[in-house]
Design a protein around this ligand. Structure first.
Ligand SMILES: *[C@@H]1O[C@H](CO)[C@@H](O)[C@H](O)[C@H]1NC(C)=O
Ligand SMILES: *[C@@H]1O[C@H](CO)[C@@H](O)[C@H](O)[C@H]1NC(C)=O
Ligand SMILES: *[C@@H]1O[C@H](CO)[C@@H](O)[C@H](O)[C@H]1NC(C)=O
Ligand SMILES: *[C@@H]1O[C@H](CO)[C@@H](O)[C@H](O)[C@H]1NC(C)=O
Length: 383
C-alpha cells in the first residue's frame, strides 16, 4: 500500500495510538486549604464479623462469588445518627488573569485522592485542573475523609452517608463566601459538582437527598448503577483480589485498620481501571503508587443509597467506552439508558461515552479530549 494512503487509513481508523492535546503553561493561582467540617449523618452500622486477616477477606470474596449468596447478604446491623468533626484537605485553583464565576467542586473516586484531578506527572497531558482553569473555571478539589491528607477514619465507619454530608458542608462553605477571603474576594456565582466513580456516587446521592438546587450543574464520570455494576460486582471482587491494605503496603498504610482494603497489584489495577493500549504503563504505576485504600463500608453502602434526583440542573454523565467497573467492559448500548432515569427532570441531560478509555479517565492517553467534551457541555449549558 502507498505509504501516505496507509498513514491516512491508520490515522482515521484509530490504528495509531491517539493522545489528547497537550496544554502548555497554564497561568493559574492555587493554594492548599484545610476546611474544618462538623457533620451529622445517618450512618449504617457494620454488621459482619470484622476481618482478622486476609483469609477473612478471601472468605467474603468467595461468598460474593457464590451463586445466590451475594443477594442474601445483609452487611448492616441497623443505622444510627452520628455527629463528627473532620478536617478536609483541599486545593483551590483559578486562572491568574480573571475571576471566574463558576467553581467546579471535584470529588475523587475510591483508591484515589484529590490528585486524581491534578495528576502530578506530565500534567500537561493529564491534569483536569489545568485544563478547566485554561477554560476559565475555578476548581476546589479535596480529599474525601479517609484518603489523602483529610482526617483518617475507621474502615468499618467510613461510608457514603458521611461523604455526602461532608460534600454538603463544602458547598455551604463555598456559598457562604469562606473561600473568597483566600481567593482574592471571589465568591463563585455557580457551583458544578464534578465526580469520578465513588465521587460521582457521593455527588449523585447528595443531589437525590438535598435541596435539588443546592448546586447549578453536575458532571458525573465513571458511574452508573444499572449498566453492569451489579452484575459485575463478583467479577470486580475477583479482579481486585482485595487484601487488607496494611498488609499490602505496611509503610504507607500501617496506621489503617483492617476495614481498609486495596487491590493486590498493578495488573489488578489495570484490569479494573484501564483499557489496554490506551494508557502508559509507567503512568499507571505512578497512579497506583499514590493510591489509597477503600473502606469495606464505602463499598457496601454504595448499594444502600437512593440515586434518583428530582433536580432540574444540567447533568452530564460521562464514562469510558471500556469501563470494566460500571459496564463490564463495554458501555455502548447500555450506558445512556441506565443513567437517564437517575435525573428524570434534568434540563440539558446528556450521557457521553468517551472512546478508547477505561474506568480511570484522567490518566488515559486521550484524557484532554474528554475534558474538552466536559467544558463544552458546561459552556453550552450556561455554566
Ligand atoms: C499543596 O500541598 C502539596 C502537598 O500535599 C504540595 O505538593 C503542593 O505543592 C501544594 N500546593 C500549593 C499550591 O501550595
Ligand atoms: C436520625 O435523624 C433523623 C432526623 O435528622 C431522624 O428522622 C431519624 O429517625 C434518626 N435516626 C435514628 C436511628 O436515630
Ligand atoms: C458539632 O456540632 C454539634 C451540633 O451543633 C455540636 O453539638 C458539637 O459540639 C460540634 N462538634 C464539634 C467538634 O465542633
Ligand atoms: C479523544 O476524545 C474525543 C472526545 O471524546 C474524541 O472525539 C476523539 O475521537 C478521541 N480520540 C480517540 C483516538 O479516541
Amino acid at each position: 500500500m502507498d505509504l501516505l494512503l496507509f498513514l491516512f487509513v491508520a490515522l482515521f481508523s484509530g490504528f495509531l495510538p491517539a493522545h489528547g492535546a497537550e496544554l502548555r503553561d497554564v497561568d493559574k493561582f492555587c493554594f492548599n486549604i484545610t476546611i474544618p467540617v462538623n457533620v451529622t449523618s445517618n450512618n449504617f452500622v457494620f454488621g459482619l464479623p470484622k476481618f482478622s486477616n486476609n483469609l477473612d477477606v478471601t472468605a467474603l470474596n468467595i461468598e460474593f462469588n457464590t451463586r445466590g449468596v451475594a443477594a442474601a447478604l445483609n452487611p448492616f446491623a441497623g443505622t444510627h445518627n452520628e455527629t463528627a468533626a473532620y478536617q478536609i484537605a483541599g486545593t483551590y485553583c483559578r486562572p491568574s488573569y480573571n475571576k471566574p464565576s463558576t467553581l467546579l467542586l471535584a470529588t475523587h473516586g475510591a483508591t484515589l485522592d484529590r490528585y486524581y484531578w491534578h495528576f502530578p506527572y506530565q500534567s500537561s497531558k493529564y491534569s483536569f485542573v489545568d485544563f478547566v482553569v485554561s477554560k476559565g473555571y475555578s476548581v476546589l478539589f479535596y480529599d474525601r475523609v479517609g484518603a489523602g491528607e483529610s482526617t483518617k477514619l475507621n474502615g468499618y465507619v467510613s461510608q457514603i452517608p458521611i461523604h455526602v454530608a461532608v460534600l454538603e458542608q463544602l458547598i455551604q462553605y463555598v456559598r457562604s463566601g469562606c473561600l473568597s477571603s483566600y481567593a482574592g474576594g471571589v465568591t463563585p456565582k455557580k457551583i458544578v459538582l464534578v465526580g469520578h466513580s465513588l465521587g460521582s456516587i457521593v455527588s449523585n446521592a447528595l443531589l437525590a437527598s438535598a435541596n435539588p438546587t443546592i448546586v447549578d450543574g453536575a458532571v458525573l464520570t465513571g458511574w452508573s448503577l444499572n449498566s453492569g455494576l451489579l452484575a459485575g460486582a463478583p467479577g470486580i471482587f475477583a479482579a481486585t483480589q482485595l487484601k487488607i491494605a496494611n498488609t499490602v503496603n505496611p509503610s504507607r498504610w500501617g496506621a489503617y485498620d483492617n476495614g481498609w482494603v486495596t487491590v493486590i497489584d498493578i495488573y489488578s489495577c489495570i484490569q479494573l481501571f484501564y483499557k489496554i493500549g490506551s494508557f502508559d504503563f509507567a503512568t499507571a504505576q505512578l497512579a497506583l503508587a499514590s493510591s489509597w485504600p477503600i473502606s469495606i463500608m464505602e463499598f457496601f453502602t454504595l448499594f444502600a443509597m437512593n440515586f434518583v434526583s428530582q433536580s432540574t440542573i444540567p447533568v452530564l454523565f460521562f464514562t469510558g467506552s471500556n469501563d470494566m467497573v460500571i459496564c463490564q467492559g463495554d458501555c455502548n448500548g447500555v450506558y445512556a439508558n441506565a443513567v437517564a432515569p437517575l435525573f428524570p427532570k434534568s434540563v440539558g441531560f446528556e450521557a457521553y461515552i468517551q472512546p478508547n478509555t477505561g474506568h480511570i479517565l484522567t490518566t488515559a492517553y486521550n484524557a484532554t479530549g474528554g475534558y474538552r467534551v466536559i467544558t463544552d457541555y458546561l459552556k453550552k449549558n450556561g455554566l
